[in-house]
Structure formats: C-alpha cells, structure tokens
Design a protein around this ligand. Structure first.
Ligand code: NI
Length: 179
C-alpha cells in the first residue's frame, strides 16, 4: 500500500475517459487500497482512479462524519442508473483543484449500479453527501471536473486561480530544491 501523487488541474489526463474494468485481479485490489490510502492522507472524501493517472473505472469514497466509524467504499464500473428530478445545490471542492470551491447543482438522489472488487453486481440508492460524492467521482471517470458543471465565467475564474496557485507551488518547490 502506498500514498500516490494526485494529478492536479490542468493535467490533461484529468480530461481522459477511463476504461471499464474487466479483470478483478489482485492488482485491482491493490489499486483500491492505494486510492483509499491516498484519499485519507489528503484528506478527502472521494478519489477516482483517473486522479492517480490510472484510466480504470473505479473510485473510492468515505462520507462518514468525524465522530462516526470509517466507512471506506470501493465502487468499480459505477454508473448512474436513476437520478431524481429534485436537484440540490451544494459547495464542492476537489483534490485535483486544491483550495478551489464552487456551488454545483446535481440530482439530490441517485441509484448507482457498480461492482465490488470481486466483480459482484450491486445497485444502491444514495442521497445527501454520498449521492453528491458518487456523482462527482463518476464525472472524474468521464474526464469531467466540477468546474465543468458551473458557468463558463466561474470556470475561467477558478481555472486562472488554480493555475496561478500551481505555478507558485512549483516555484517554491524549485527554490527549496536549489537550497
Ligand atoms: Ni474531485
């Protein structure tokens, strides 16, 4: 198990569509462990394989509250099979866009079809934070970030700020490297 580097916007791999998982191998289980470890270390509540540059359709999430037991989830080949007409607006962030947040409107409740690490099929109704998180992560697997769900004006503002923050972080890093 290891904590891996999370790709940061505007890395173009974040815009790539992940491929279906066909083999439920030991490597897949190890990838899921790395995803969970990387997500908890960040810390975050969801992480998609594409954010580690692995173009496979799986993500992990843990939407438990601080005072609750951990609830690590692994969803392989996830898809939205039903979405409520009722929408909800809520602030979202993303580990690939550190420090950036925006209000995003999404269906309040979804039914997600997925497989587990052994390839067994499930369907589960999610609402609240879990519905929000699952939709955000499935978007990642389709090469979409939360900024692609908001107005182009807001997207441009966030993109500019994120690129500036990344440049500054890289500059600081190269100065530390020189010392
Ligand atoms: Ni994200």
């Amino acid at each position: 198990m290891s904590v891996r580097d999370i790709l940061l916007f505007p890395d173009r791999r974040l815009r790539m569509k992940a491929r279906e998982v066909g083999e439920f191998s030991r490597e897949l289980a190890e990838l899921a462990e790395d995803l969970l470890e990387t997500m908890y270390a960040a810390p975050g509540i969801g992480l998609a394989a594409t954010q580690l540059g692995v173009m496979k359709r799986l993500f992990v999430m843990d939407c438990s509250q601080e005072d609750e037991a951990k609830n690590p989830r692994v969803l392989v080949n996830p898809r939205i099979v039903w979405a409520s007409e009722e929408k909800q607006e809520r602030e979202e962030g993303c580990l690939s866009l550190p420090g950036q947040f925006a209000e995003v409107t999404r269906p309040a409740t979804v039914v997600v079809g997925f497989q587990n690490l052994e390839g067994a099929d499930f369907e589960e109704q999610l609402d609240g934070l879990q519905a929000r998180c699952a939709q955000h992560e499935i978007d990642h697997l389709d090469g979409k970030l939360f900024i692609h769900r908001i107005s182009s004006l807001k997207r441009q503002i966030i993109a500019r700020k994120a690129k500036k923050a990344l440049r500054e972080a890289q500059q600081n890093k190269s100065e530390v490297d020189k010392e």
